[in-house]
Design a protein around this ligand. Structure first.
Ligand code: XMP
Length: 520
C-alpha cells in the first residue's frame, strides 16, 4: 500500500510477515497483532525488490518467513531469506520459512525421514528464549514432507521430533526457525512462542487500535480536506465504524447512505437502521429495490448476479454522491480485503465477493479507507472504544448480495418472498431455542427443483427448500451442525405449512470443503 506514511504520518514500527502462500500467513499476522505489535503482510512471490520496497516504508523490528505450499527446491526465495538474515533484527522462519533458513545458511534440507501431518510430539533440547514455558515436550501442529536434516554450521538445535531432526533451531543473533505452526490453535504454547520471539523485537504493547481513534479522525481530515464525503453503510461493524470516524472528522460534510437493494433477509433493514441511529448516524435511505430486481431479470448465473449487484450498487452510490456534491467515498475496507495475498499467481477465484467493502476502485470518487490497516477483531476494539452499541455485532454474516445468492437461478419477486419467509422461520426457531451461539450461519435456500407432495388431500407440486446450518471459525472451512432432530422437524413442518408454495424441506449435510457455505 502506497500511503503508509500518509496514514501513520511517518514510518510505523512493525514486524514484516513475508507470505509464501501458506494458508496461515494472515493468521500469523493476526496473532502478532493480538500481542499488540503491528504486523504487515508482504508477498514473497513478488520477489526481493518488492519486499525491500515494502520494508522501506516501515521501521522494521522483526521478520517472519511464513509457511508455504512449495518446496525449497522448487521455489527460489533464497534471496529473500538471505536479505532477512542480513538485517540484524530478529527473524522467525515457520515451516517452509524454517527450511528456507536451513538451506540458505548452509544446513541440509531434504525429504523428511517421514512426513509429519497434524499433532506431533516435539521434544525440547534447549529452551533458549523462544521455547521458554514449553516444558520438556509438547504437541505441535505440523504439515511437511521436507525437513531440515542437518543444522547450518554454528546453529543450535533447540527441539526435535520423530520426523524432524531439527524441529527448531537458533542461528547467530536471534534468527530462529521452527518446523511447526505456532500460529494455529492446535499447537500447545503456540502463542507463547510467538510472544517469546516478539519480546526480542521490543514491540509488544506498541500497537493498540482502540487508542488510535484520534489518528484515524485526523487521517480522514487530511484526506478529505474541505470536501464532502459519502459513506456507504450497511449496518455491519466495518462500515459503521468507518462512518462514525468520518463523521467525527467531517461533521455534516459526511453523508451516510444506506442502499436498500431489496435483497435483505426479513427484518435486516430495520435492524441496520436502528443500529446506525444508535451509533449517531442518520443515513439517507435509498430504496433501489426496483432497480436491482429489474437488472437481475433473466439472469441465473451466480457470478453474473454478483457482478450485477456490485455494479448497480456502485451506480446508485455514485448517483447519490453526485447529487450531493460529494467527491469522496468513505469505505469500511479492512486489512484482509486490501492486502496483496501470497496466493500463487493464477490461483482460482472461487466466488467474486461483492459487498459494500468491495466496490470497484474506479467509480469516480476518491476512496478513503480509515480501517484498511485493521483486522476484524481490531475494528471491534475500535467500535468498543467509540462506545458503539453491542447490537452492531450481527448474529450471523449475511452475504453482500443477500438473498440473491440464496435463490438458485433467476431472482423473482415471488422467489424472494418465499426464501425470505423460509429464512425467517429457520432463524426464529434457531434463535428462539438459543442454538445460534455455537453456529456460524443458519439460513434457507430456495432451489430451482420442484417436487411432488400432498397438501390437504390434494397433490401439490411445489418448491424444494434447503436448510443450511453450519459451524465454522472463519468461513474457510465449515461443517454441518448436528441439530437436534426435533428442531429439524419443527423447521420442516413450519416451512411447509406456512408457505403454500413449498412441499419439501431438506437439510444440507455437506461440509466445506467440498461444498461452499452458500449455494451459489
Ligand atoms: P462460501 O459460500 O464461499 O462463503 O463458503 C464464505 C462466507 O462468505 C459469505 N459470502 C459472501 N459474502 N458477498 C459477501 O459479502 C458474497 O458474494 C458472498 N458469498 C458468500 C458467506 O455467507 C460465508 O459467510
Amino acid at each position: 500500500m502506497e500511503d503508509v506514511a500518509r496514514f501513520f504520518s511517518g514510518k510505523p514500527k512493525a514486524v514484516l510477515v513475508i507470505d509464501f502462500g501458506g494458508q496461515y500467513a494472515h493468521l500469523i499476522a493476526r496473532r502478532i497483532r493480538e500481542l499488540e505489535a503491528l504486523s504487515v503482510l508482504v508477498s514473497g512471490y513478488m520477489g526481493l525488490d518488492h519486499v525491500v520496497r515494502e520494508a522501506s516504508k516501515y521501521d522494521v523490528h522483526g521478520i517472519v518467513l511464513s509457511g508455504g505450499p512449495g518446496s525449497v527446491w522448487e521455489e527460489s526465495h533464497d534471496d529473500i531469506a538471505k536479505w532477512a538474515v542480513g538485517q540484524g533484527i530478529p527473524v522467525l522462519g515457520i515451516c517452509y520459512g524454517h527450511q528456507l533458513l536451513g538451506k540458505v545458511l548452509g544446513g541440509k534440507v531434504s525429504r523428511a525421514p517421514r512426513g509429519e501431518f497434524g499433532p506431533t510430539l516435539v521434544k525440547v533440547l534447549d529452551e533458549d528464549e523462544i521455547l521458554k514455558g514449553h516444558g520438556k515436550e509438547f504437541t505441535a501442529w505440523m504439515s511437511h514432507n521436507d525437513a531440515v536434516i542437518e543444522p547450518p554450521p554454528g546453529a543450535k538445535v533447540l527441539a526435535v521430533s520423530d520426523g524432524s531432526p531439527v524441529a527448531a533451531m537458533k542461528v547467530g543473533y536471534a534468527v530462529y526457525g521452527v518446523q511447526w505452526h505456532p500460529e494455529v490453535v492446535h499447537t500447545q504454547h503456540g502463542l507463547r512462542l510467538l510472544r517469546n520471539w516478539l519480546e526480542l523485537t521490543g514491540l509488544p504493547g506498541s500497537w493498540r487500535p482502540g487508542e488510535l481513534i484520534e489518528e484515524l479522525v485526523n487521517y480522514v481530515k487530511r484526506e478529505v480536506g474541505n470536501g464532502i464525503a459519502v459513506a456507504a453503510v450497511s449496518g455491519g461493524v466495518d462500515s459503521t465504524v468507518a462512518a462514525v470516524i468520518a463523521k467525527k472528522a467531517l461533521g455534516g460534510r459526511l453523508i451516510p447512505i444506506f442502499i436498500d437493494h431489496g435483497l435483505h433477509p426479513e427484518g435486516e433493514v430495520e435492524r441496520a437502521l436502528e443500529v446506525l441511529y444508535k451509533s449517531g448516524l442518520e443515513p439517507v435511505v435509498v430504496d433501489a429495490s426496483e432497480e436491482f430486481l429489474e437488472s437481475l431479470k433473466g439472469v441465473s448465473d451466480p457470478e453474473e448476479k454478483r457482478r450485477i449487484i456490485g455494479r448497480v450498487y456502485a451506480e446508485v452510490l455514485v448517483r447519490e454522491a453526485r447529487r450531493r456534491g460529494a467527491k469522496y467515498l468513505v469505505q469500511g475496507t479492512i486489512y484482509p480485503d486490501v492486502i496483496e495475498s501470497g496466493a500463487r499467481p493464477g490461483s482460482d477465484v472461487i466466488k467474486t465477493h461483492h459487498n459494500v467493502g468491495g466496490l470497484p476502485r474506479d467509480i469516480g470518487l476518491r476512496i478513503v479507507e480509515p480501517l484498511k490497516w485493521f483486522y476484524k477483531d481490531e475494528v471491534r476494539k475500535i467500535a468498543r472504544a467509540l462506545g458503539l452499541p453491542e447490537e452492531l455485532e450481527i448474529k450471523q454474516p449475511v452475504p453482500g448480495p443477500g438473498l440473491a445468492v440464496r435463490i438458485e437461478g433467476e431472482v423473482t419477486r415471488e422467489k424472494l418472498r418465499i426464501v425470505s419467509k423460509a429464512d425467517a422461520i429457520v432463524r426464529s426457531i434457531i434463535e428462539g431455542r438459543g442454538l445460534h451461539e455455537s453456529l456460524w450461519q443458519y439460513f434457507a435456500i430456495l432451489t430451482r427443483s420442484k417436487a411432488t407432495g400432498v397438501k390437504g388431500d390434494r397433490r401439490a407440486y411445489g418448491y424444494v427448500v434447503v436448510v443450511r446450518v453450519v459451524e465454522s471459525r472463519d468461513a474457510m472451512t465449515a461443517r454441518p451442525a448436528k441439530l437436534p432432530w426435533d428442531v429439524l422437524e419443527e423447521i420442516a413442518v413450519r416451512i411447509t405449512s406456512e408457505i403454500p408454495e413449498v412441499v419439501r424441506v431438506v437439510y444440507d449435510i455437506t461440509p466445506k470443503p467440498p461444498a461452499t457455505i452458500e449455494w451459489e
